[in-house]
Design a protein around this ligand. Structure first.
Ligand code: P6P
Length: 307
């Protein structure tokens, strides 16, 4: 089984590999804390409010702080955007002219922690625009276009510690075996029309659905699709990438820049599709750090905008 370090060397992108190394290092620490979460009191809410007005848990803040510290230590990251930071975090003192802007949700799905549900760190990496637009202080930061993304992935904290990643040449899955991340699931992942017939949506919010979605869910039911919904994006997406089907969040809750764009890059690299209303997610350019969008992603057979 191929190890992650071998896979990263094959990508011939040393600076990106250093950044991925920091996500992996942080992910192992976060996973360790999650395994002791009943003891370390990280369930409890911090006394902060994030940009979305949510009260993050102590573990959300822990994950955010750890990721910022580790990414800054690379001196390869110019701008950091996080669900837990109201504003962009400007780093500096670069060791190379190849620097990146990195956006992440440090711990997505943490509302599922009390019942030991799966959670994840979602990340997207873009060539830094900060150096090409003159002095930081003098210009309005331009958010990157979705298609500018060069690497994305998630760390999935569940019955095992998983890294799913793409550099734009396929989506690969690695599992932590206690010492190394190894590719023990057949990768690159590819959706086929024979993939499982699963739809994943919160049926409790059906009064907020539009007619297209309402009709499509009826079609799925008539064709005996199975409903699976965990309520944690990384968990629902990981199942969709491995088993097939479609994941839908029809309201403006998921964040475009550090959830939907990185996940859509993974999906398109599995020969799947990902739309927000009738536009491909990767064709969108965020207008703000915490912009929220609806999303429908999965295999082409099941994503109704595509059919
Ligand atoms: P709903 C978790 O709170 C989250 O941000 C995502 O991980 C998940 O996909 C979504 O919200 C669930 O939203 O509306 O079904 O509760």
């Amino acid at each position: 089984m191929k190890r992650l370090d071998v896979f990263l060397k094959e990508q011939k992108k040393p600076e990106l590999s250093i950044i991925i190394g920091e996500f992996v290092k942080s992910g192992k620490e976060i996973y360790k804390q999650l395994q002791n979460i009943g003891i370390n009191g990280y369930y409890s809410e911090s006394d902060e409010k994030n940009a979305s007005g949510d009260s993050p848990k102590k573990i959300d803040i822990y994950a955010h702080d750890l990721l910022v510290e580790n990414l800054k230590s690379t001196s390869l990251v110019s701008i950091i955007g996080s669900e837990e930071s109201k504003e962009l975090i400007k780093c500096g003192d670069f060791i190379s002219n190849k620097v990146y802007d990195v956006y992440f949700d440090p711990l997505d799905g943490s509302s599922n922690l009390e019942c030991s549900g799966g959670t994840g760190t979602i990340f997207g990496i873009f060539p830094s625009s900060s150096l090409s637009c003159g002095d930081e202080e003098e210009r309005e930061y331009k958010f990157p276009k979705g298609r500018d993304i060069v690497c994305s992935g998630y760390l999935y904290y569940s019955s095992s510690l998983i890294l799913t990643i793409t550099f734009g040449n396929g989506t690969f899955v690695f599992t932590f075996d206690g010492e190394h991340f190894v590719e023990n699931i057949k990768s690159p992942l590819v959706f086929t029309d024979k993939c499982q017939r699963i739809y994943s949506v919160n049926e409790g919010s059906k009064d907020k659905w539009n007619d297209i979605l309402r009709e499509q869910i009826e079609v799925f039911k008539k064709e005996n699709y199975t409903l699976r919904y965990i309520g944690s994006m990384v968990a629902d997406v990981h199942r969709t990438l491995l088993y097939g089907g479609v994941f839908i969040h029809p309201t403006k809750k998921l964040r475009l820049l550090y959830e939907c764009i990185p996940i859509s890059f993974l999906v398109e690299n599995c020969e799947g599709v990902s739309y927000s209303d009738a536009t491909k997610v990767l064709d969108l350019t965020p207008e703000s750090l915490h912009q929220k969008v609806p999303i429908v992603l999965g295999c082409k057979r099941d994503v109704y905008y595509f059919s």
